[in-house]
Design a protein around this ligand. Structure first.
Ligand code: DC
Length: 231
């Protein structure tokens, strides 16, 4: 069967990664989380003391960006790729709060984006890949055969995020705080100069506000089959 490229972009807390992972597993494609790469660069910056509070030392980063090697290796237990930074598995560290709070600063730097996009393009050369992010359908794989742009109502996304925080034992963060943070990130993602979050003209919108995970999976498989069986 022919292999295609699938780009999944969209807002934060829409369940993009979960959806991309499940789809990749179902159709036996490689899954790449492009956000993990920006997180790995952020971890590298923290390890090399390139942050002074919220301020990133961009000149120093530019000098050592060539020393950063990011790749993915299959974790046989989870069946998913783990992120490696200079040959060290950093899958856990890149999900820390410290990295999460700084990653939007790093991902707005244009030479960082250039370096990551070039790795992402290389990873997608052989097709048979599902990649999720913010600029996959617009910048990384503008020729992807299937592009999905995921969205959901902010209040619904905030409630999902809050449920996740509660399940991890956070009983202090309020719904209002989560919603405010989410709306701020939406704004930042959409208005930043470098590769802002934008629906590709040929992307199909998936609003998952009122559908179940199973319905969403069926919808994705239907779109995939349409593309596979066309032409
Ligand atoms: O999807 P995530 O939350 O793990 O992404 C982490 C950060 O990286 C987030 O601030 C958005 C940014 N990002 C990006 O700018 N471009 C991508 N292709 C993927 C993520």
């Amino acid at each position: 069967m022919k292999k295609i490229t699938i780009a999944i972009d969209g807002f934060s807390s829409c369940g993009k990664s979960t959806m991309a992972k499940s789809l990749a597993r179902a159709i036996e494609y490689i899954y790449i989380d492009s956000g993990a790469m920006y997180r790995a660069v952020t971890l590298f910056c923290l390890q090399n003391n390139l942050f002074d509070g919220e301020k990133l030392n961009i000149d120093s980063l530019e000098k050592i960006i060539g020393d950063i090697r990011i790749n993915f290796r299959l974790n046989h237990e989870s069946g998913l790729p783990d992120t490696y930074l200079n040959d060290t598995n950093v899958e856990k560290e890149i999900r820390s709060m410290e990295v999460s709070s700084k990653v939007s600063i790093v991902s707005a730097v244009n030479f960082v984006r250039k370096a990551m996009v070039s790795i992402q393009k290389e990873l997608g050369k052989a097709k048979g890949i599902v990649m999720d992010g913010r600029d996959i359908g617009t910048v990384v794989f503008p020729n992807a055969e299937l592009k999905i742009f995921v969205t959901a109502q902010p209040k619904i996304r905030a409630q999902r995020r809050l449920d996740e925080l509660r399940s991890k034992g956070d009983n202090v963060t309020s719904f209002e705080q989560v919603l405010k943070n989410l709306e701020e990130r939406d704004h930042l993602d959409q208005t930043r100069k470098e590769s802002p979050l934008k629906k590709a003209d040929d992307a199909i919108i998936l609003d998952n506000s009122f559908i179940t995970i199973d319905q969403q999976m069926q919808w994705l498989l239907d779109r995939f089959n349409e593309v596979i069986h066309s032409s």
